[in-house]
Design a protein around this ligand. Sequence first.
Ligand code: UGA
Length: 435
Amino acid sequence: MRVAMIGTGYVGLVSGACFSEFGTDVVCVDKDVEKIARLEDGIMPIYEPGLDVLVENNVKAGRLTFTTDLKEGVKDADAVFIAVGTPTRRGDGHADLSYVYAAAEEIAEAMDGFTVIVTKSTVPVGTGREVERIIREKRPDAEFAVVSNPEFLREGSAIGDFMRPDRVVIGTSDERAREVMSDLYRPLYLIETPIVFTTRETSEMIKYAANTFLAAKITFINEIADLCEKVGADVHDVARGIGLDGRIGKKFLHPGPGYGGSCFPKDTIALVRTAQEYNSPLRIIETVVDVNAKRKKAMADRVIAACGGSVAGKTIGILGLAFKPNTDDMRDAPSLDIVPALIAAGASVKAYDPEAMEEAKKLLDGISYCDNAYDTVEGADAMVVLTEWNEFRGMDLDRIKDALKHPIVVDLRNVYDPNEMAENGFSYSCVGRAS
Ligand code: UGA
């Protein structure tokens, strides 16, 4: 079995490395010459725990290779995965499928013998059909099938999520394609992973329904958190109290500054647009998008309120910039809204993130970047936690207090215990808990 993975972004690179770990021969293809050269030297384009070792081991074992030559990669492949980007299209919020369709055209020219073409990128319902049409037009006599196989991995725990998923979804009505896909995922049969075989359209829909549902769940608990603050309830106990009901579930009920990242913001907007186009509006998700956007902005106001109503002339020490821990990804991170709002309100901002500072520097101007968390809070009027990196949880509270000009801590990820903070003399505010 031989796989070609087109696109070495998060999904492509992790999926390619994991399939090779399953024992399959994988060639990862990308147009970016520099990226491929660096990958060949063992340098990862992203920070993802465990990925470098996985790639190194499989390259050494001869199962994982890299190339910029799509034709070379595709010609002997049994399955070709399309894992290129599907960013939000400027102007209308739809997913931009130009990279997917361009890949389909090139694959059509290069494939040889029965080939399964798999869309791994998150693509709107109907994309598989269009990919099939594009390929059929170029190669009327070719033997191929186009399958939808969405990926559910999370950044920061991507390898574990791929290797031990809750389920695998495969959308195809073609028997031969089903066999190829079953072969590829055979190791997961051994750990009794549920495999959902369905139609291509349904599979494409499952991916969007999953991400928009999760975005709605987070937004729900964020609004409940706001109400908890007003009525004197504790959102963590509420989350536990409702989450123990199996129909609700415990996960994704952690309140915070609003969801970000490369998936939820883009996918919620894209599904809203699709639904409007089909005149079947998703009003819940429309509201989720709106509430989440406003929430990120409202978080800056919380910081300003915690600083006595103004941050003009004050220094704010920000801990964490990435949209979540264990990644250097800054895409749609809440920090991108919160930090500029604080600067606009007259604050000087110092910031530190264990992995995302290089990315942050490309997107956030006018902040002074620090080498560690303690330097960030040294002399600051307030400390603000924007990302729940583990290293912030275990910080020495006395040292923070000595470093800060005023003992003000705004914890937008609820990493500290309100009682402990009060006992240590902090003016502490968090999300959805009395403080
Ligand atoms: C998300 C999904 O969780 C994956 O299943 C999916 O495969 C992926 O999108 C994708 O479509 O490719 P990811 O964006 O890596 O994964 O990160 P999540 O862990 O889902 O977090 C997304 C955002 O929600 C983050 O900003 C995080 O801080 C926030 N979040 C998450 C909360 O605010 N509260 C929670 O309880 C959970």
